[in-house]
Design a protein. Sequence first.
Length: 431
Amino acid sequence: MIKTVIGIILIFSTCFGCQLILEDNKTFDYDLYNLSFGIFDFGFYEVPQSLDVNQNCDIYVSGTTSKMHDPTDYLLLKFKSDGKLDNAFGNNGHMMFDIDAGIDEGNQILLSNDNKIIIGGRSNHGADLGTVLFDYSLAKFNDSGVLDKSFGGEGKVITDFGYRDDAINKLIQNDEKTFYAIGRASNGKDDDFAVARYDYDGNLDYSFNSIGRIWIDFGMSDDVAYTAEKTDEGDIIIGGSSNSGATPKVAFAKIKSNGELDTSFGDNGLKVWKFSPPGLIYDLDINGNDVYAAGFIDNLETFNILVTKFDLDGEIDKNFGKNGTKIFSEFNADSIATSINIINDKQILLAGTIKNTKNEDAALIMIDNKANLDLSFGNQGVYKFDAGKNEIFTDMKMVNDNLYVIGLHWDEDEGDVILFRMYKQNANSCN
């Protein structure tokens, strides 16, 4: 079943009034509350992928949704700070949005400095929907859920890298004028890491590699970027997978602000983990000179959460796990990590899923900077959310000392949205 989870990510029992108390003997002195949060069913199949939160603690969620046999559309939700849908936004807080006539997937959300909402993903707008002809797609909305027509002239932008299959998996801010869209694009033979830079009107920034976009080819077969973060120096570290041989391997690249590879990083700007099991990186986070990245490996018997740590030059931290990488085989069940958040110098929080005897439970896992489970968190370092079906946490965001988590609750027929919040003890306000 967990392979189905992974497929959903690649293409959340309401618990009102329940709480988990965390012992106050660590820096992370948070309580888990979902008093007004829970599972949201909009009558269709919803797959929440990404969230962002503004300084007023309005919560925005993007993803993919579909009606029965119709092609999928962008999903956009807005919740108020109390976890209730904002009825003034879209259709009572919920929007399905069609980029074009074909398949649309809203993989990532970004809030601009003027409180506009940008969603990035991929769209198939070809005549034959049975073929794989996807392009980068973006849409921009105002804070009421209305398309911002100044963005691309229609409120949406399609970018074709020139071949058959392009997709945005991550959006990150560059500066007040531009942002990055990171994902994959075909080079005509296979897929590469892809990065494009846009201004907030939806135009490609041609000061970036002269054409506004780059391909990063690891030299063998398909390469896919799922995540990226910007360093304090303005460089970008990108994580994903590379089929550098027979199986996909954990892979990273580092580029400068002009789009050139930083050759001081890894092997001329590229770094591929050499262990043999297939694996990939879904998310990474940076704290000073430390980079933590999380995903999973497939050891042929189970999927295991993988976390790796290295510095901005690509040098592994040999004090972390085993030679810089920790593979969590101690869960004795399938597990994957979809999101990672550095809480402080000693605590790193993972979100994802861990299988139980019947299905998958959404899970939060706290580890320290040596890759050991933080036993003060949850149950021996792990908090599981089990609502009786299959659940996975897909993204989390820290704003104003509040940790927001979204996820998917699904079975074969329906997918619903999970939302809840963790916040510091005795500090349950947004401010």
